[in-house]
Design a protein around this ligand. Sequence first.
Ligand code: FAD
Length: 289
Amino acid sequence: MKISEILKQDKVTLSCELFPPKKWSQLEDAKLTVKKMAELKPSFMSITYGASGGTSEYTVDLANEIQNVNGIPAIAHLTCASSSKEKVDEVIGQLKANKIENILALRGDIPEDAPFPRPNQYKYASELAAQIKASGDFCVGGACYPEGHPEAPGIVQEIENLKKKVEAGCEFLTTQMFFDNSILYSFLYRTQKKGIDVPVIAGIMPVTNANQMKRIVGLSGSMVPQKFRSIVDRFGDDPAAMKQAGIAYATEQIIDLIANGVKNIHIYTMNKPDVAGKIFDNLSSIYIR
Ligand code: FAD
């Protein structure tokens, strides 16, 4: 099923994100993780293209596992910065052959050791989104950054660029993680003012250990409110307490979002079905499967 159709329904959606393994020998474990996550009955599940230490080689396999084995609509992420246009077309063809209808079109990180873009590469996610739309009947989404993308000169230019991405064919946007909902609310105000009218799915990261927090802030540059810093200061050395507090914080963020009309929530579940399960339990009368 297309994500655009799911998002049109008048109900809360709760989706999960997984990343592929590094090695072929870990693929069966990854499939087990997919199964456990699918048992929670999320509205849909996405599988990253590489990222978080995994390899993009297994993205199509796991999208197939999510959708065609476990019956949950899948979004396959696809990036273009580290691939040629031919490679991108090959992956689109594989997704089509597996009847995967939803693709999150991303640029990915710019390779450090090569000039970018080379003549046979797409420079921006919007170019990739247009190519995917031209290649078949796909529902295409894109990423957005409530705190601004690290390379953008400012939020005004960033939203101009986001509008181009939507005009290129993105039918929904998923946000980078954020820890202070007021940042999302002011971003939504700006995007709506600019006429960006596609659904924006709020990306929530449950932070369950103190090291994860340091990595996230280093990678995404997300602002961490004092309220969350205090949690890490108080519970960071106690793994069980930190996990419980991180799940509670993410749950509270989600409840506040839904209460304020943001009905589509994507959880960066980081291959942790137990963490996802606790959040789903906490929302059992709010998210109706
Ligand atoms: P773009 O939309 O191309 O934007 C990149 C920069 O270019 C921005 O600063 C933007 O403002 C600017 N820009 C865009 N269009 C124009 C234009 N026409 N003119 C001038 N400037 C422009 N990475 C992975 O490797 N694998 C994944 O699976 C993955 N999944 C992700 C999922 C989500 C929800 C998010 C938020 C990020 C994900 N990433 C992933 C990380 C992402 O690839 C990086 O953040 C990357 O740096 C930017 O990707 P983008 O698609 O947002 O790029």
